[in-house]
Design a protein around this ligand. Sequence first.
Ligand SMILES: NC(=O)c1ccc[n+]([C@@H]2O[C@H](COP(=O)([O-])OP(=O)(O)OC[C@H]3O[C@@H](n4cnc5c(N)ncnc54)[C@H](OP(=O)(O)O)[C@@H]3O)[C@@H](O)[C@H]2O)c1
Length: 239
Amino acid sequence: MRLKGSTVLCVGGSSGMGRGVAEVALAEGAEVIVTSRTLEKAQKTAQELGCHAEAIDVADDESVQQLFARLDKVTHMMITAGAIGRSAFDDTPPDQAPVFMDGKLWATHRCIWYSRSVMDQQGSITLITGGYAQWATPDAAHVHVAFAATEALARTVAVSLAPIRCNVIRPGFVDSALWDYLDDGDRTALKNEEREQTLTGELVSPQDIGDVAVALMTTRAVTGAVIPVDGGRHLKPIS
Ligand SMILES: NC(=O)c1ccc[n+]([C@@H]2O[C@H](COP(=O)([O-])OP(=O)(O)OC[C@H]3O[C@@H](n4cnc5c(N)ncnc54)[C@H](OP(=O)(O)O)[C@@H]3O)[C@@H](O)[C@H]2O)c1
């Protein structure tokens, strides 16, 4: 029970990797709060897992401010919420580029900023980026920029808010609600393709992300780190 007595806030915990973190944190004895933009969705997940629910839209300053005003104490915060869109550099004039940073970088920044009043000084913050942080492709230009900037933010937070720790999990492909827009055939094909790209021959699950997140929450020796959790996918060139 490594998290007994801790409160873990999973911003974006209603599905996907955030839900995986919530499940592992609960198994380790934490009080867990999962969030969604809609309270009903957060409540549904909370009921299934046996934890608390809150509504928050990370794109909305007031919503984030109000959430942290309602909370007493957060020991560890995991932020998986945030929008990211693919866009080619050539198709994105300067006035359209900020939206890509708003959805990920500034939404994450906003959560961290308002969390300071309730964060336990012995606690931690964990962010999510993705393999695109280390690659460059012409058709996903702003994903690369937003993920890399979010990793830089984590280092900045680690030095600015110390002794609170801040780390990043950098996943490869994880099967989640993010891919619900694909039909069954395309989703299966994508999963097979992604499985082949790993060195382990296995897909990474939301619970795998949860295992690493809880390790980061409970290991005080680690801060300012970026941990690839992708079955070794980062060691292969992007195709
Ligand atoms: N899955 C992958 O293969 C993969 C790979 C690399 C990186 N990532 C990144 O990892 C992050 C999480 O992905 P996931 O696979 O866990 O996605 P997911 O299953 O779609 O979960 C996203 C969570 O964030 C919440 N959310 C979305 N927009 C929000 C907003 N504006 N305000 C508050 N909550 C919001 C969602 O709740 P509601 O929709 O109910 O509000 C949900 O709880 C994303 O930033 C994604 O880009 C994913």
